[in-house]
Design a protein around this ligand. Structure first.
Ligand code: ADE
Length: 244
């Protein structure tokens, strides 16, 4: 999986991806990162990449020429999606992470300043993507989230850990509570069932905890989750308890 990131601040990404799981994935060439400094494609001697907005108003706008130039310099496989990171885009989620992880790569264009010249949207086949309803100082931080979420779905990146399929959002439910030793800490005990050695009971407890958490914290997810008959019965009992 290769990520091509167009940015004015390649150092933000270079530092963040050098550690931990991503750092190892890059070292093992499971994930490749091509950082392209948009400033290298400025078409003027002073390397200026932004300018005042036509019509006036505060802030600066990123010029189109360096972004087109940077994109056209890439040697990407055909059909690679080009994401323009902006709070105006569709919200990134696990489904999009999976879709991207199944392709050969992704181009990520990081915006900065007050905005990007509209002709980037008009003239390039970009898909606008946001990482949430808040405004970052630049698309680099959004790009990092996307690189991280997509990379961990690439086979081999997570090592021998359980499959990402089993996790929150893939199954459509929040994770059950996890504990490790000691069994008792500052008066707080690990639930007896987890010490029982009864795997069927543990499985059921975990499933019910996932359902309970999702019911309490993110009930909107229950509509899309894959639920069996037992799950539905358990949720009915939660609803009755809530209304009692
Ligand atoms: N750039 C600034 N804020 C952003 C957001 N929420 N998502 C993607 N790119 C951004």
């Amino acid at each position: 999986m290769r990520f091509y990131v167009l940015t004015l601040f390649p150092g933000i990404l270079a530092g963040a991806v050098s550690e931990s799981i991503l750092g190892r994935a890059i070292h093992r060439e499971l994930v490749e990162l091509t950082l392209v400094d948009i400033r290298d494609f400025a078409d003027n001697r002073h390397k200026v990449v932004d300018d005042y907005p036509y019509g006036g108003g505060p802030g600066m706008v990123m010029k189109p020429e360096p972004i087109f130039g940077a994109l056209e310099s890439l040697d990407t496989p055909p059909g690679v999606p080009i994401l323009l990171l902006t709070p105006q885009g569709e919200t990134f989620d696990q489904e999009l992470a999976r879709e991207l992880s199944e392709g050969p790569g992704v181009v990520l264009i990081c915006g900065r300043y007050e905005g990007i010249d509209e002709r980037v949207r008009e003239g390039l086949p970009v898909r606008e993507v946001s990482v949430g309803d808040y405004v970052l100082t630049g698309g680099e931080f959004a790009a990092l989230s996307i690189i991280d979420a997509v990379s961990r779905l690439v086979p081999g990146v997570l090592g021998e850990q359980r499959s990402p399929e089993e996790e929150t959002f893939s199954r459509g439910l929040l994770e059950y509570p996890q504990y490790t030793r000691p069994a008792q800490f500052r008066g707080m005990r690990v639930p007896d069932v987890l010490l029982s050695g009864n795997h069927a009971l543990i499985e059921r407890w975990r499933r019910e905890q996932s359902l309970l958490r999702t019911f309490l914290k993110r009930p909107d997810l229950l509509d899309r989750a894959h639920l069996d008959e037992d799950d539905l019965k358990f949720i009915e009992s939660l609803k009755k308890r809530k209304n009692a």
